[in-house]
Design a protein around this ligand. Sequence first.
Ligand code: HEC
Ligand code: HEC
Ligand code: HEC
Ligand code: HEC
Ligand code: HEC
Length: 449
Amino acid sequence: MVRKKIIFLSISAVIIFTASTIVILDERYGKFQYDDFEKPAYCGSCHTHFYQQWKQAMMSQAYTHHWDEIEYFDLAVPHADINPQYSLLKAECNGCHSPLSYLAGDTPPPRPEKNSRANESVSCDVCHLITGYEGDTPYNFNYIIQPGKTKFSSRLPGVESPNHKIEVTDIHHKGDFCGICHNEKNGFDIWVKSTHLEWKEGPYYKEGVQCQDCHMPKTEFSTALMGKIFADARLHLFNGAHDNGKLRGTIEIKIYPDIDEAEPGEKVKFTITLFNQKTGHKFPTGSVEDRIVWLHLEAIDEKGNVYHLPVDKKGFEGEKWTIGSNDLEYQDIGIAKGISNFAGIQRDGVPIGDRIFRMPYFDPNGNMTILQWNTKSLGVDYRIGPRETITETYSFNIPDKVEIGKLRIIATLNYQKLVKPVADFLNVPDDESEIVKINEQSIEIEIVD
Ligand code: HEC
Ligand code: HEC
Ligand code: HEC
Ligand code: HEC
Ligand code: HEC
């Protein structure tokens, strides 16, 4: 993995004076105007299919989505105002979430309710005016962008438009294009987002499977009103964690016991295998600081008594972050929100003892954090890699009072985009912390006298 510090500072820098501090951004900042870019609805007047697909994707909401608005305006901006070390953030978040406002030097942009052009988020013209990226590794919005009437895309020569010129690039075909925004290294030199790097290290990259193949699958439709019908037009779906259908079945679960029959008082060990059959990167990926996946096991006897089984410990370093607990963490949210002596927020909000697949992020004080910019180190990476299978065991001492007969064991793998106690504390609407069932399996064993 190539680790390089962000290089924008070496390109002739722009210096902006604000009331409290001097901030330095790269030469693209403020170089353009909103009017240098066309609106998505304008492109949509001919490219109707793409426009409707894009409107449903998170790409069209990267600036306006409720949780983005809360994290930017209620945490990042105030934190940057308190701590000069973070003053660049206010502009930088938008390098990916609202590239037009970054390029127009509009910081902070008006709130989403003002309906400004910042709301266009990752628009058609953002992606189709990108010609490449600076350096060897795509990350931290190091796109090279060229506004104008030439749109850059991937189709072979021969496609023409009455409205604009088309220039073919290699990069639009490749996962590297996505890495421009789907890899992020923060000021502490920590990769706080590395979906593209995870993909590059995994099996799909080696087989030539690109991000586009799973997130922009090919099918037959007309790419423009007056255009041709192509059999392999790229759906602009970009569906991921906000599409429960995409999430479901990501991991396959199977369970088997060590014995088929047991008596009360006996110990049974269940082995659960979790196979990542769907993602081209780790699961979870992206905003890993927010996301959790957890495996919940229950046994139900013939009378309907329910027993909760905690996971068997494996003994690896940092394991405590991967087992449901009620500890308080996220104390740095108090700093960003100006609350003194903030005790913290409950860490997981999942049943105690459940196995959690995640990677914890730590702030400079060593507490867990969801503030990617305030992340000084990463903890154990206990996520499920592409095509990887992780095995867990859950041992159960059959209670004396259990009902004789069948005992059903149910394993459920749940997913949450944002840890529930954090979502509640920050008043993030419920859909962001909704529990999504990834998969479920059950088996029965016999309880005998
Ligand atoms: C007046 C209609 C019209 C408008 C407006 C328009 N386009 Fe096009 N565009 C076309 C046509 C027609 C084609 C050729 C497609 C075909 O042959 O199917 C095309 C092709 C393209 C291609 C190349 C597709 C390929 O096959 O590689 C891209 C990229 C593109 N347009 C992007 C845009 C963007 C971005 C906007 C808005 C800034 C836009 N277009 C606005 C009509 C339009
Ligand atoms: C200019 C920056 C940029 C580029 C280039 C980009 N993305 Fe994104 N993408 C974003 C941002 C920002 C979001 C987050 C939207 C939000 O706030 O939830 C996002 C969201 C997504 C999501 C939805 C995630 C979810 O939580 O549901 C998927 C999937 C995705 N992108 C895939 C891709 C793929 C595939 C490519 C390459 C073809 C790509 N992106 C290129 C910026 C970009
Ligand atoms: C996140 C980046 C991104 C955004 C946003 C985006 N596109 Fe694309 N678009 C791509 C990529 C990448 C390809 C080429 C995929 C390939 O061929 O491998 C593409 C292909 C196309 C094509 C050629 C279609 C084909 O199948 O060859 C057209 C036309 C197009 N886009 C129009 C649009 C329009 C119109 C919008 C806005 C409504 C839009 N795009 C938004 C990344 C984007
Ligand atoms: C083999 C298919 C496949 C490939 C290749 C693939 N993905 Fe995904 N991706 C998925 C699936 C399935 C999900 C839904 C489960 C999840 O959230 O991880 C997903 C989820 C995502 C998400 C949402 C993650 C989150 O937590 O918000 C993003 C963003 C994303 N992919 C981007 C990419 C990018 C960028 C690449 C290339 C570097 C890529 N994907 C390659 C299948 C794939
Ligand atoms: C290098 C590009 C980049 C930068 C810089 C960046 N983000 Fe993001 N952000 C993304 C991408 C890509 C995603 C989608 C990843 C995923 O699906 O999990 C995302 C996801 C998010 C999400 C989660 C959205 C959701 O619905 O789950 C929030 C909130 C967010 N970003 C806020 C911020 C803030 C605040 C900043 C500045 C401190 C920032 N981002 C800086 C690219 C970036």
